[in-house]
Design a protein around this ligand. Structure first.
Ligand code: KMT
Ligand code: NI
Length: 180
């Protein structure tokens, strides 16, 4: 996992969009906006993922394969949807098994994009209420475990006037000490 500020330059979303020189984002900053992550080697990952799932009460899981081969006809639409800035009313938990990609999360209150480059072995928790998006990188494939607490709630709420007042958004901002 490597986190840095997104350069905001136009161009392919799959490119790194890293400033030159990079503006790295330290772990403490990610923590301050509620993003958590662990590194768990993929070789023999099951026992350690089971332990984290138990500790954090993640009762369900499934696997997602984001690639042309893995998704077929819905691939292009899914890719577009993942990259629309959105929030969820639950955590988005991903454990990367193979491939790579970028999770972009909004820093608040600056509203800057932070790009998190994930690789196999990364377990990332994107908190409920944070604005974020996802894209593949130029390798065009990622396979990940999706963990969830109870029933899967995958609904993306695209950013807009409604999400700005969504109770989960408001709670999120409160939890990181931003706003009234
Ligand atoms: C999501 O919800 O944005 C995704 O599942 C992206 C792919 S998981 C690496
Ligand atoms: Ni999401």
């Amino acid at each position: 996992m490597r986190a840095y500020y997104f350069d905001n330059l136009p161009g392919d979303q799959r490119l790194p969009h890293d400033y030159v020189p990079s503006r790295l984002v330290p772990p403490a900053l990610l923590e301050s906006i509620g993003v958590k992550y662990w590194e768990i080697p993929v070789e023999g990952y099951e026992a350690r993922i089971d332990a984290v799932a138990k500790e954090r009460d993640y009762k369900n899981r499934d696997m997602i394969n984001v690639s042309k081969e893995g998704m077929g006809e819905v691939y292009e639409d899914k890719i577009k949807g993942f990259f629309q800035e959105h929030m969820h009313e639950d955590e988005e938990i991903r454990y990367i098994l193979s491939g790579s990609g970028f999770f972009d999360v909004r820093e608040s209150p600056s509203d800057a994009w932070i790009r998190i480059a994930v690789v196999p072995g990364d377990l990332i928790v994107i908190p409920a209420g944070i604005y974020h998006r996802f894209t593949l990188d130029e390798a065009n494939n990622i396979k990940a475990l999706r963990l969830f607490k109870d029933e899967p709630k995958w609904i993306p709420h695209n950013r807009g006037p409604t999400t700005d007042v969504n109770p989960y958004r408001v709670d999120y901002l409160k939890s990181i000490g931003v706003g009234a």
